[in-house]
Write a protein that binds this ligand. Structure first.
Ligand code: NDP
Length: 329
């Protein structure tokens, strides 16, 4: 027997409720690899799946947790054997499939990535989907020409999970980093991660009035979307790129195409869920090589399975700072 956070739905009222339950291996879904989960984390999607579901969860009872890291316990796939350390993000695990808020998980071998040298399971979940996505965004900016010395790189939603890792990564890679935050009290935290400039959210959150403003940013990792993204597009340097990662501030894009046409600005879509295996391996090895572990540690907020209902509600309100690491045992 083992423990898992299970979300049940009351068919009459339609309300969901999450509680820790004792489970047996037979209840786990079909899959070719069984993992003894060590750590998981909390993302915005987890907040939705612990709570009312947000249209992501198909069937109840449900075990949320969109990412986890642990040790292979049993495998019917030649690529994995008991004792291997693995990490999983995406593939709709924790949404359509049972996820990582459990001491055991059974999944498809194709969804796993072997943990790279230099990262343990706890560090992997301090990174989690949020940090993995930040790395994908940084790689996309590099693939489109960004290099240290080009000028300040903007990170929006800087004190959140994606933002925190993006700030630390970019600074470690030698970029000048500006972080946008709506929480001025996080300024010291962001400076500690390597930001050299803090931009107040309200300065940059207003609707576009002029389609082009002063050419300011050499690149941008955007976790916010909405009015802020539209505004940032008009502030990019000639030929610079924005990695569009999130929608913490809205799914709209109330701007103009002028920055694309007159400044050759690139808007790069970043998806972590269906990312092909090769690029996943590349991103995880870049994380192990380039993300300073002391900076990662500074982002960690430790938690247990029992903390998850509250943390899920907090992240939906934008009140989680940095990266929550859930010790499921
Ligand atoms: P967090 O909640 O940890 O961070 C989001 C941050 O955005 C907040 O901390 C806050 O930063 C800022 N923010 C929140 N609300 C607003 C608002 N109304 N206006 C402006 N800024 C706001 O979430 P994550 O970092 O985990 O995820 C960020 C986004 O990226 C989410 O939308 C998430 O769904 C998405 N995402 C997408 C992925 C993909 O594959 N494309 C993968 C992972 C996440 P501050 O307090 O500093 O202002």
């Amino acid at each position: 027997m083992f423990k898992a956070l299970v979300v049940n739905k009351d068919e009459e009222s339609g309300k969901t409720s999450a509680a820790i339950e004792e489970m047996s291996l037979e209840r786990l879904p079909a899959g070719d690899v069984t993992v003894a989960v060590e750590y998981s984390t909390v993302n915005y999607k987890d907040g939705l799946c612990i709570g009312p579901g947000g249209g992501l969860v198909r069937n109840y009872p449900h075990v949320p947790g969109i990412d986890f890291a642990g040790t292979v316990e049993a495998s019917q796939d030649a690529r994995y054997k008991p004792g291997d350390k693995v990490v999983l993000t995406g593939w709709r695990v924790g949404e359509a499939h049972w996820g990582g808020y459990s001491q055991k998980a059974r999944v498809n071998a194709d969804w796993l990535v072997p943990l790279p040298e230099g990262l343990d399971t706890r560090a992997a979940m301090a990174v989690g989907t949020a940090g993995f996505t930040a790395m994908l965004a940084v790689m996309a900016l590099e693939d489109h020409g960004l290099k240290p010395g080009d000028g300040p790189v903007l990170v929006t939603g800087a004190a959140g999970g994606v933002g925190s890792v993006a700030v630390a990564l970019l600074a470690a890679l030698g970029h000048e980093v500006a972080g946008v935050t709506g929480r001025p009290e996080t300024a010291d935290y962001l400076t500690g991660l390597g930001a050299t400039q803090i931009v107040a959210r309200e300065e940059i959150n207003e609707t576009v009035k002029r389609p082009l403003e002063a050419e300011t940013w050499a690149g941008c990792v955007d976790a916010v979307g909405g009015a802020m993204l539209a505004r940032v597009l008009g502030q990019m340097k000639y030929g610079a790129s924005v990695g569009a990662v999130g929608l913490a501030g809205g799914a709209g894009l109330p701007g103009t195409v002028i920055p694309f046409l007159l400044r050759g600005v690139n808007l790069l879509g970043i998806d972590s869920v269906m990312q092909p295996y090769g690029n996943r391996v590349r991103a995880w090895s870049r994380i192990a090589a380039d993300l300073p572990m002391d900076k990662l540690e500074a982002m960690v907020v430790p938690a247990t399975l029992g903390d998850l209902p509250k943390l899920g509600a907090d992240i939906l309100k934008g009140q989680v700072k940095g990266r929550v690491v859930v010790d499921v045992n």
